[in-house]
Write a protein that binds this ligand. Structure first.
Ligand code: FES
Length: 299
């Protein structure tokens, strides 16, 4: 979405799914275009990580995870939101995956990966009482994907509370988000997509630069960006889809990959590309005219 709209238009679509044991799941669908998903997932994983769980639910198999501390990283790259907790991480496709410098993602695969449906849900027991609350995502093939779990008012520290003692305050977050995303009664509390700030990133994975000495490149980028007083975040990242000729660097604003970025080159990229708007052609990846094919990494 180019023009950010803080109001979600209600879809007014509900679905009741029966689970075969007298229980039902009531889904309320909401518009899941990319800016909306970005705002919602930022709110969940960056601002409310301590209040939610996440996982997958299928008949015969349930995975539930909780954050013990704030996620170490929560970033969007090539359509995938990556959230890194202390002991585990996940990827969730909230935008089209275009692909990397070595090839574009085929259109069918882009469609398959991307969230195509999203709904707030309540699981309702045979007596008609809602007993659990969450958000469900589906991918482009209609397959159930990640489930978000909200605090359960009937449960305290894994114990069921006595009948009539439910703590309804625990549904505050669910109710607030439902008002914004399902009912469209309140605006999204953002003025732009929170994952879309300009950034320059250096890969810290090992395939592109086996020595993993990315730190000097990172430090050079950081000090050059600070010196130039640019509003650009300098960050580390996982694989940037180049996987050779490291250190590898990516600039988000015009999707440029650089290879063999030693500290001097990092300074040059900041000055010439970020400040003056001219790419450092000799290090752009893939290399033009094969110049870089003859240059070997310093590893
Ligand atoms: S491992 Fe660095 S780009 Fe893939």
């Amino acid at each position: 979405m180019t023009n950010f709209n803080p109001w979600v238009t209600p879809l007014n679509q509900k679905l009741i799914e029966t689970t075969g044991n007298g229980w039902q799941i009531e889904y309320e669908f909401f518009d899941c275009q990319s800016d909306i998903l970005a705002c919602l997932t930022y709110t969940l994983f960056q601002e409310n990580w301590q209040h939610i769980g996440l996982g997958h639910i299928e008949q015969g198999s349930v995975l539930e995870l909780e954050f013990q501390e704030a996620p170490k990283k929560c970033v969007l790259y090539d359509g995938y939101l990556t959230v890194i907790a202390q002991e585990w991480h996940f990827h969730l496709c909230i935008e089209e995956t275009i692909g990397g410098p070595n090839g574009e993602t085929p259109p069918e695969l882009r469609k398959h990966r991307l969230i195509s449906k999203a709904a707030f849900y309540r699981r309702i027991n045979p007596e008609g009482e809602p007993r659990s609350w969450g958000i469900q995502f589906w991918n482009g093939a209609g397959e159930k994907g990640m489930t978000i779990f909200f605090p359960n008012p009937y449960v305290e520290e894994e114990n069921l509370l006595p009948e009539g003692k439910a703590n309804w305050d625990k549904l505050k977050l669910y109710n607030e988000l439902r008002e914004i995303y399902v009912l469209g009664q309140k605006p999204i509390p953002f003025t732009k997509n929170p994952f879309k700030c300009p950034y320059i990133a250096v890969c810290t994975s090992g395939r592109c630069y086996p020595s993993r000495k990315w730190q000097p490149t990172f430090a050079a980028l950081k000090s050059a960006v600070e010196k130039a007083d640019l509003d650009v975040e300098v960050r580390t990242t996982g694989c940037l889809q180049v996987c050779k000729l490291g250190p590898v660097v990516f600039y988000s604003e015009d999707k440029t990959w650089y290879s063999l970025v030693q500290p001097k080159v990092a300074e040059q990229i900041v000055q010439e590309h970020l400040v003056e708007g001219k790419k450092v052609i000799s290090h752009v990846y893939p290399p033009g005219n094969g110049e870089l094919e003859t240059v070997s990494s310093q590893d």
